[in-house]
Design a protein around this ligand. Structure first.
Ligand code: FES
Ligand code: MG
Length: 577
């Protein structure tokens, strides 16, 4: 370890070291908590940002896991300071956690700025907690390690494997089709989430933690360890030990989160069959780090990196537990070595190439060879056209191939309740060729881009055996969702994007191979509709929602708040003490 910091130059020394009245206050209050000066003097203070809460089933184990992080910090000669952060429970928080991702980012940044800390272990995992914590820590810039919560165990029902999210949608359709009983349904409820930990499909949680690892912000292999595995406890204490060294080495996120690091993350995301949400969060994080990453970078990677992780919903059988046994993320990265920048620095103090030097794959069906992929191209495709001038996203690896080139009439809904009511109408005028549209569900319209993008197939069609159709919205969808869903249409309809101009029966044509999506309506007619268009009424007159709708960026820009972006205003200095 090359020491770049001395006890006197630690940030926390500003609080604790001076012989003045302020520092007297800080020291006496530390002693109030029962700590002797020997326990903090000259030691790095390590913040542990813990997103545990009683409303957060995915982070249930963080209540005790934080003690394992502290053990590591103490062993390495640091002084741990647990700071609770907003928990963002994907399961319970409404209307959508995405409304609050930036609030967690602000929470994380200001917790670090305001407290006497030198480095931080971030404890997150459930969907938006990963980007939320990392956005804030990136802007603050202290040495940072991310500790992912780890996926939960495989679901189980009548001996069949159940996958988070994916199987809820699947069996809900079976129930609507009258194929499973009410009693069976309760058993599915009991069997689908059997332990603490994050969703064990390749949803947003597994996607974002893998991204954190491939950017270099976690210890090697951290993102794949199941939450209930004893290895996860050891990983927690390893994070505690390593962050103390990182403070001495002054290994900050700026030295890790380079353009190459983000390109690695995009490459890994494609090979994993990632959640569509990855695009929004990665763009936001890259921008915080001062890197200009956009939709085109995903498009480039998508053309050359195939999906090799056979994990649902892109894959057909396996879940994150299987992925871990097959070699986990280091195993997967060893398969795509030619596509990675192996010289990228990581929190281990070594390069990505060093971290995966010994990595292997133990099951070629779970983590495929490049020659035998799940899907020949990357997981996501970015489409553009007169309907989405700033782009939209589809996950072709998780939809029926016949929809990759499709033309059909529009069936438009202006809000979720109207759509929900209509889909149960047995006389709804709809065919499997229709393009179902939901609008006013974007960053401002939702607000917060709820995960409504996998619109339910109308019951009438479900009874006919239809299980997929083209759906289009400015919303997001859960990473565990699947189907021919086109999402993140930008600009969104609420601010007058072209999606706002579509009428029932208009023909919409998409061609995924050509990366296009168009509304087949003459420009003169569209101009007329544009002139007649009225924006929806403002929803918030006060509070967080009011601030949100004024400052939120569009999906293709990462949905950050404008005033949080790195380029906004002068850098924020250290607090005066
Ligand atoms: Fe927490 Fe899926 S609900 S990760
Ligand atoms: Mg999710």
């Amino acid at each position: 370890m090359e020491k770049k910091k001395s006890p006197e130059t630690l940030r926390s020394a500003r609080w604790f070291a001076p012989d003045d009245l302020r520092a007297f206050g800080h020291r006496s209050r530390a002693m109030q908590m029962g700590y002797a000066p020997e326990e903090w003097k000259g030691r790095p203070v390590i913040a542990i940002l813990n997103t545990w809460s009683d409303a957060q089933p995915c982070h249930m184990h963080f209540k005790s896991r934080v003690d394992d992080v502290k053990r590591g910090v103490l062993m390495a000669g640091g002084f741990p300071m647990e700071l609770p952060a907003l928990s963002l429970s994907e399961s319970f928080l409404k209307p959508t956690t995405m409304l609050y991702r930036n609030m967690l980012a602000m929470d994380a940044e200001e917790l670090l700025r305001g407290h006497p800390v030198d480095g931080v272990v971030l404890m997150g995992g459930c969907d938006k907690t990963t980007p939320g914590l990392l956005l804030g820590a990136t802007s603050m810039g202290l040495p940072t390690i991310y500790l992912p919560a780890g996926p939960m165990l495989r679901g189980n029902w009548k001996g069949k494997t159940l996958g988070s999210g994916s199987d809820a949608w699947k069996y809900w359709d079976e129930r609507r089709a009258g194929k499973i009983s009410d009693e069976d349904w309760v058993d599915v409820e009991a069997g689908i989430a059997r332990s603490y930990g994050t969703c064990m499909t390749m949803g947003t949680a597994s996607t974002m933690t893998a991204i954190a690892e491939s950017i270099g912000m976690t210890l090697s292999g951290a993102s794949s360890i199941p939450a209930a595995d004893a290895g996860h406890i050891r990983m927690a204490s390893a994070c505690g030990r390593r962050i103390v060294e990182m403070v001495w080495e002054d290994l900050t996120p700026q030295k890790i989160q380079t353009r190459k690091a983000f390109e690695n993350a995009i490459t890994v995301a494609m090979a994993m069959g990632c959640s569509t949400n990855a695009i929004i969060h990665l763009i936001a994080q890259a921008r915080r780090a001062g890197q200009d990453i956009g939709l085109d970078d995903f498009e480039t990677a998508s053309r050359k990196v195939p999906v090799i992780a056979n994990v649902r919903p892109s894959g057909d059988k396996y879940l994150m537990e299987d992925f871990f046994y097959a070699g986990g993320l280091p195993g997967l990265m060893s398969r795509i070595r030619p596509h990675l920048h192996l010289d990228a620095m990581t929190v281990t103090g070594r390069t990505l190439g060093d971290n995966i030097a010994r990595a292997e794959v133990y099951n070629d069906d779970v983590i495929r060879n490049l020659e035998n992929p799940i899907y020949a191209e990357g997981a996501l495709a970015v489409l553009r056209g007169n309907l989405a001038p700033d782009g939209c996203v589809i996950k072709p690896s998780a939809c029926e191939p016949r929809f990759l080139k499709h033309s059909g009439p529009a069936l438009v809904f202006d809000d979720y309740p109207a759509m929900k009511k209509a889909v149960d109408d047995p006389d709804l005028d709809v065919t499997a060729d229709h393009v179902m549209i939901l609008r006013n569900a974007g960053p401002q319209g939702g607000p917060g881009m709820p995960e409504w993008g996998m619109l339910p197939i109308p019951t009438k069609l479900v009874r006919q055996g239809v299980r997929d159709m083209v759906r289009l919205s400015d919303a997001r969808m859960s990473g565990t969702s699947y189907g021919a869903c086109i999402l993140h249409v930008a600009p969104e309809s609420c601010i007058g994007g072209p999606l706002a101009l579509v009428k029932n029966g208009d023909r919409i044509t998409l061609d995924v191979a050509a990366r296009t999506i168009n509304l087949d309506v003459p420009e003169a007619e569209l101009a007329k509709r544009r002139a007649e268009w009225k924006p929806p009424e403002t929803r918030y007159e006060r509070g967080y929602g009011w601030m949100f709708t004024r400052h939120i960026r569009q999906a293709n820009e990462g949905c950050d708040f404008d005033f949080l972006e790195t380029g906004f205003g002068a850098p924020v200095g250290e607090p005066s003490i």
